[in-house]
Design a protein around this ligand. Structure first.
Ligand code: FPP
Length: 266
């Protein structure tokens, strides 16, 4: 069954609080969506592109600052050549058919991932999108392409090791903050919410460092069935979560019952 656009109106942004600043999405389930319909996987990816447009629309509606999408992972190279080629052709299509409109809508596009290993022509297209939209200050759409979280952290470690080797950094200055400064987009806020569609419950090497305190929402729907209302539901789920970042709620800030008297020490 085709995923019909939802008729139901989205809530106004103020109706959901707090809203995340940054949402990351693992767009999973294109292949299974296609298989369930007896279609080739490529058509699942094509339908996934439509879902991506709906996600961007909802992110703009809710006034999110950053939306990061996992478009092609460093591990996706292990797929059949024909599928890899198709995913690259979708990226070309995205650049040709969507970027002008995103630009008109004040969306800034940024790319994270390794450029090494990508065809020159693709690198050129990615750089073109970034340059065209660099001055926009609406939603930032981060496209993770040829991206792997471990690879990103390893690259940061290499850069820091180089600074140590050149005498520009002391080993004791390799802190979490120093590593974060060497990630692909260090100026962006960390994701508050990670959504994964397709029913699997894992991170698959996506934004590993940045998601240390992200709230995770796993949805059973395949990515091509994702729409603005699904996004809204994930935002509502996020709004109902309690984030403590390893601390405690202020109202629980009392001594543990009996702790001081029984142990006699602080
Ligand atoms: C995972 O589904 C999805 C991908 C590997 C590609 C996602 C790409 C798009 C949605 C469109 C491309 C967007 C841009 C900007 C290029 P899967 O194939 O792993 O699904 P499965 O687990 O059901 O097999």
């Amino acid at each position: 069954m085709p995923s019909a656009p939802e008729k139901q109106e989205l809530l106004p942004p103020a109706a959901i609080a707090p809203l995340p600043r940054h949402v990351g999405i693992i767009m999973d389930g294109n292949g299974r969506w296609a298989r369930a319909r007896g279609l080739p996987r490529s058509l699942g990816h094509r339908a996934g592109m439509q879902a991506l447009r709906r996600a961007v629309k909802a992110a703009r509606h809710f006034g999110l600052e950053v939306l990061t999408i996992y478009s092609f992972s460093a591990e996706n190279w292990s797929r059949p050549r024909s599928e890899v080629d198709y995913l690259f052709s979708l990226l070309r299509h995205f650049v040709r058919s969507d970027v002008a409109e995103l630009h008109r809508n004040n969306v800034r596009i940024r790319i994270i991932g390794e450029r090494d290993g990508l065809p020159e022509e693709i690198i050129g297209l990615l750089e073109q999108c970034e340059a065209l939209t660099a001055e926009n200050d609406g939603l930032t759409l981060v496209v993770a392409f040829n991206y792997g979280g471990r690879q990103e952290v390893a690259a940061a470690a290499r850069a820091l090791a180089q600074e140590v080797a050149e005498g520009r950094l002391a080993p004791e200055d390799i802190t979490p903050q120093a590593i974060a400064r060497h990630l692909h987009a260090p100026d962006l806020p960390e994701p508050d919410l990670l959504i994964r569609t397709g029913g699997e419950q894992r991170l698959s090497n996506f934004l590993l460092w940045q998601s240390a305190y992200a709230e995770l929402v796993f949805l059973p729907q395949y990515w091509p069935d994702f729409n603005e209302l699904t996004f809204q539901q994930a935002l509502q789920e996020y709004a109902g979560r309690e984030r403590r970042f390893g601390g405690i709620k202020p109202c629980e800030d009392k001594p543990l019952q009996g702790a001081a008297s029984s142990s006699g020490s602080a």
